[in-house]
Design a protein around this ligand. Structure first.
Ligand code: RRO
Length: 273
């Protein structure tokens, strides 16, 4: 497999497991790495445990997926202790409300490769989602985290968050992950109400790939490394992210049914080199 020649992390290949359902346990993270990913991102972790949303949280929608997980996680302390000090590259995704909360969480993790600050969760209210709508606050989070850790810090933005990406880079972010799932809606025809208890959901998978590509193209002009994320199911979509300026690519929902897709995409890409 090709070794990455540039970027804030040295990885065995540029295919990274995206934050999400597969990153909620150390066993799954390890399995995704063993299946061929260059690195793996955890589920977004908060300082306190969260039960997540009730009811349906994940369904197929056409060629994509809708989720409304609601940041379900055991909390930073429990997750860090379960993770231990991994001997493979783990990027810890962090979600929160205020800059110090993010910075404090970084202190709990040992032996991880980097942090990914999630400012774009579509499924919970408050700062966790709105942060990416607020470039100043996004910059403040990056500043606080960079003061606390020497590790690379990435910021995961959603659609229409280019100003937050720019602010994050100005504040010292080592890279931008673009994009998170796209805020969406799915109604129960009989009730006219959302099929998700929380009302909110995010669309991921192939239907958002071209949207993500457009964001990657624009954000990569800002001068920091960009990691493309959205709708990658094979080497073609991965390559298009790279042609648009990405130095690495994340794969999320497509790996749920079959981890081996990670190694397959990495292998197929390396044959092009
Ligand atoms: O947990 C979720 O519902 C979730 C998060 Br934190 C996120 O960043 N993106 C997403 O699609 N779902």
């Amino acid at each position: 497999m090709t070794a990455m020649v540039a970027g804030p992390l040295r990885l065995r290949n540029p295919i990274i497991l995206a934050a999400g359902l597969l990153g909620d346990s150390p066993e799954k993270l390890r399995a995704a790495y063993d299946a061929g990913a260059g690195a793996v991102v955890t589920k977004s972790i908060t300082s306190e445990p969260r039960e997540g949303n009730t009811g349906t949280t994940f369904i197929r929608e056409g060629e994509g997926w809708l989720n409304s997980v609601g940041l379900k996680n055991p909390g930073a302390k429990a997750f860090a202790s379960a993770l231990g000090s991994p001997d493979y590259p783990v990027i810890v995704s962090l979600a929160g409300s205020i800059p110090d909360e993010f910075a404090d969480m970084t202190k709990l993790f040992d032996g991880v490769a980097a942090f990914e600050i999630n400012v774009s969760c579509p499924n919970v209210g408050g700062h966790t989602h709105d942060m990416g709508q607020d470039p100043r606050l996004t910059g403040m989070v990056v500043t606080a985290v960079k003061e606390q850790t020497p590790l690379p810090v990435f910021v995961k933005v959603g659609i229409n968050m280019r100003e937050a990406a720019r602010a994050a880079i100005q504040a010292g972010a080592d890279g931008i992950v673009a994009i998170n799932s796209v805020p969406a809606m799915k109604l129960n025809m009989e009730t006219g109400k959302s099929i998700f208890d929380a009302g909110r959901c995010g669309l991921s998978g192939p239907p958002i790939h071209t949207i993500a590509l457009n964001e990657v193209y624009h954000i990569s002009r800002y001068g920091a490394p960009v990691i493309g994320c959205g709708g990658v199911t094979d080497w073609r979509a991965a390559l298009s992210f790279m042609q648009a300026g990405a130095w690495a690519v994340q794969v999320g929902a497509a790996a749920i049914d079959d981890y081996t897709i990670l190694g397959r995409i990495a292998g197929d890409l390396s044959k092009l080199a």
